[in-house]
Write a protein that binds this ligand. Structure first.
Ligand code: AMP
Length: 395
């Protein structure tokens, strides 16, 4: 894998695809700077070498040029975070952008206007990619969040840098973390899959069955598995058209010697709301009118035992409806067990959507080995797909 460390950027202009798709409030203040901070190590390395940096990103989903999606809103914050005064140009291609790029001196940073002001970006247009490519000497992709899209700036542009294209630090770390879980893992390997539906996780489950020793299934998926085995799930979320699929997964798991752990008890509620009445019941005896919204205490004990003996842990999807305080305990406890296992030397990767939100919300992020920055991109990697943005650099 070719990385930043393989290149000396002295005197070079690096054009970097970053993911600065940050949330803004009504006054256009950046309300979460995580993504800008995440790109800093890559930018720092290039500047320290004596190079200059051209940053390109998308922001939101503009239809044509829409002022509210201008990247000019983030210039001040980006300058503050990078500790360098960031220059801005009103376009991402064309004469003005070319002039600004040409005038860039060593140690300077230029931010281009929103790539998605041009429909050609998402269409993966070659002529547009070529115009972007003209601006820099080396192409760096550090935008994991869009690596699963074959857009002009994430994939097509790489064709114009056959010898001079590399992964940024962030993207390299994402790939490396996933490799540590699915390729060069240390046993026992445990995957925890939660979330709402079996249907959205089926490809992930199928891809990891020959790579893990333990599979913990939680969240709303639980009830499809329980119903498939003849249990009563009351009014719990359940995909009736996926019962055969659930049995098939259990069969395949057995063939692969994967131990499957499903909740044995749950916190059942008499409605879907934080103010519902609750009771702890066995998972296969949920009364009608009640629905399971979190894992129960016995289940958590079982999961704890599995997690604490694991050396590699992948976590995707919450164990319950963590957005409601009364059903967040399972997810929080699981995060704590993973934190404890990590402190004892296990490698833990959290990624792919809502579990990342949960980990951040409950302050568990520092206790995990790695928390992925790309929801959809991480899910596709877990599904075993080759992401176009990654293939473009490797090819
Ligand atoms: P996903 O995007 O598939 O990872 O699903 C995440 C969502 O699943 C979260 O918003 C949770 O509230 C929801 N969820 C987790 N457990 C349950 C459950 N037992 N019943 C309904 N929804 C659930």
């Amino acid at each position: 894998m070719k990385t930043l460390q393989d290149i000396n950027f002295n005197g070079k202009k690096a054009i970097i695809r970053v993911d600065f798709n940050v949330p803004l409030d009504e006054q256009f203040n950046v309300t979460d700077t995580t993504r800008i901070e995440a790109a800093k190590p890559t930018i720092d390395k290039i500047l320290a070498d004596g190079g200059s940096v051209i940053l390109m990103s998308h922001l939101g989903r503009p239809k044509g040029k829409e002022e509210k999606y201008s990247l000019k809103h983030i210039v001040a914050k980006t300058s503050e975070i990078l500790g360098v005064e960031v220059k801005f140009v009103n376009d991402c291609i064309g004469a003005e952008a070319e002039e600004a790029a040409a005038n860039l001196k060593a140690g300077e940073v230029l931010l281009l206007e929103n790539l998605r002001f041009y429909a050609e970006e998402e269409a993966g247009d070659e002529a547009f990619a070529e115009k972007l490519a003209k601006l820099g000497d080396v192409y760096v992709n550090d935008a994991f969040g869009t690596a699963h899209r074959a857009h002009a700036s994430t994939t097509i542009i790489a064709n114009y840098f056959p010898e001079n294209k590399v992964f940024g630090t962030l993207l390299a770390k994402e790939i490396d973390s996933l490799d540590k879980v699915l390729k060069n893992s240390q046993s026992p390997v445990t995957a925890v899959l939660g979330g709402s539906k079996v249907s959205s996780k089926i490809t992930v489950i199928e891809n990891i069955l020959d790579k893990v020793d333990h599979l913990i299934i939680g969240g709303g998926m639980t009830y499809t598995f329980i119903k498939a085995q003849g249990g009563n799930v009351g009014d719990s979320i359940c995909e009736l058209d996926k019962l055969d699929l659930a049995l098939d997964i259990l069969k395949k798991a057995k063939e692969n010697n994967v131990e499957v752990h499903i909740p044995v008890d749950v916190i059942a509620a008499d409605k879907f709301g934080n103010d519902a009445n609750t009771q702890v019941v066995d998972v296969n005896q949920i009364p009608d009118g009640w629905q399971g919204l979190d894992a129960g205490p016995k289940s958590l004990e079982n999961f704890k035992e599995v997690i604490l003996k694991s050396k590699t842990i992948l976590w995707n999807g919450p164990l319950g409806v963590f957005e409601m305080e009364n059903f967040a305990k399972g997810t929080i406890s699981l995060g704590e067990y993973i934190g404890e296992a990590t402190e004892k030397g296990a490698f833990s990767l959290v990624g792919g959507g809502d579990s990342v939100a949960a980990v951040k919300q409950f302050g568990l992020e520092p206790r995990m080995s790695y928390v992925s920055t790309g929801g959809g991109a991480m899910l596709e990697m877990l599904e075993g797909k080759t992401l176009p943005g990654i293939a473009a650099i490797q090819g």
